[in-house]
Design a protein around this ligand. Structure first.
Ligand SMILES: Nc1ncnc2c1ncn2[C@@H]1O[C@H](COP(=O)(O)OP(=O)(O)O)[C@@H](O)[C@H]1O
Ligand SMILES: [Mg+2]
Length: 365
């Protein structure tokens, strides 16, 4: 079980959008995900289609008392979608902040971590949405987490805040007694402005490997998804929002696999060996098989519909070229050859697909 807290004391930088969208993408890849909504505003709960005001119980019941008397997480968890549950928030969580601080209550920053430890059936991922301040609720999130994602808005200059935030995290590491793996996620990127490009370059230069390769672009569909209570994976798989958060999901999934980790960080251009050639006409996938009668291409870029939005050029020597327009991102794909799914024989980069079998992975930056 990997517990990831999404934290930044600045409001409106994309924390909740990141939690909900990442959760949707990981769940759609077949991973069991729990979203823990630690923000009294309850935006993540709402974003997953659940109205906190209509619930009788929420995280308050889990966190307000010591583990011996508190409710268990299972008692408040609500199912939001396939593979995706939420431990809902409620306005009353803001009272908890005061209650616990005033009481100097015992183990008051360990309540969430012990509730997660007591889960009978662990999840693959627990994603914690933090409120926009560093108080008892955020402390609880960081104690429970081993990884922290810091969304950073690239549409304006926010670097100063990051330095402070990283300082805060490293101070907290001492107090909570374990290391946190902190990564920065550039969000709301608008590639049309020179300012945003400069801001992104500066973030990368300053924080180097701490910054994800993935950049979340501005995309209205993300706003719409949260408003409609659907994750982007359920609303629109053709949107930039989905592609970007799926790319983040894959980066996070690969993070633990050293070989793939190396791969992700070493690849900055499509590898010529893979027979993928980026040109302004699109990305060219090449498949050689002189006996194949029909070769189609499917991937997350076309919602796994063979040859949807794919231009095909074939020649009598059995060289099939598939042209797809793709922006930067991490993509999974397979060929559909005479009715059978096959990973790309010329691409060594493969991952287990959610429905079984191997998918090929392509990274375009
Ligand atoms: N990549 C994006 N493109 C467009 N709008 C976004 C994007 N990320 C977030 N938003 C919108 O910006 C606002 C703030 O985002 P939110 O995720 O709620 O931030 P936080 O949780 O840090 O306060 C919301 O209205 C959200 O829909
Ligand atoms: Mg929020």
């Amino acid at each position: 079980m990997r517990c990831i807290a999404v934290m930044n004391q600045k409001g409106g930088c994309g924390k909740t959008t990141t939690v909900v969208s990442l959760a949707g993408c990981l769940a759609s890849e077949g991973h069991r995900v729990l979203v823990v909504d630690m923000d009294p505003q309850g935006h993540a709960t709402l974003g997953l289609g659940i109205d906190p005001e209509e619930l009788d119980e929420n995280l308050y019941e889990v966190l307000a008392e010591t583990p011996e008397t508190a409710a268990r997480l299972e008692e408040v968890i609500v199912n939001a979608a396939t593979n995706l549950d939420v431990a809902p928030s409620g306005m009353i969580l803001s009272a908890l902040e005061q209650k616990l601080s005033a009481e100097g209550a015992r183990g008051r920053t360990e309540r969430l971590s012990s509730a997660i430890e007591r889960l009978e059936e662990p999840y693959d991922f627990v994603l914690v949405d933090c409120p926009p301040n560093v108080g008892v609720l955020t402390f609880n999130a960081l104690r429970a987490a081993s990884e922290v994602v810091v969304p950073l808005e690239t549409s304006y200059f926010a670097l100063h805040g990051v330095a402070k935030l990283l300082e805060t995290v490293s101070l907290l590491e001492d107090r909570i007694g374990h290391q946190l793996n902190v990564r920065i996620l550039p969000t709301m990127f608008d590639g049309r402005t020179r300012f945003a490009k400069r801001a992104l370059a500066e973030v990368r230069e300053t924080y180097k490997d701490l910054v994800y390769d993935t950049v979340i672009r501005q995309n209205v569909r993300l706003r719409e998804a949260v408003q409609r209570g659907l994750t982007i994976a359920d609303l629109d798989r053709r949107s930039y929002g989905f592609v970007d958060y799926m790319s983040l999901a894959l980066e996070i999934l690969f993070d633990r696999d050293e070989e793939l980790q190396e791969l992700v960080s070493s690849i900055t251009e499509p590898d010529p060996e893979v027979q993928v050639d980026g040109s302004d006409k699109g990305v060219v996938f090449t498949y050689k098989d002189s006996r194949a009668g029909s070769v189609q291409l499917a991937g997350d870029f076309n919602n796994w519909v063979p040859d949807l939005d794919v231009e095909t050029r074939s020649n009598p020597d059995g060289i099939w070229e598939k042209v797809v327009r793709l922006g930067p991102g991490v993509y999974q794909y397979r060929y559909f050859v005479d009715g059978e799914w096959r990973p790309d024989p010329s691409n060594p980069r493969r991952v287990e697909g959610p429905a079984g079998g191997l998918n090929s992975v392509l990274i375009i930056s």
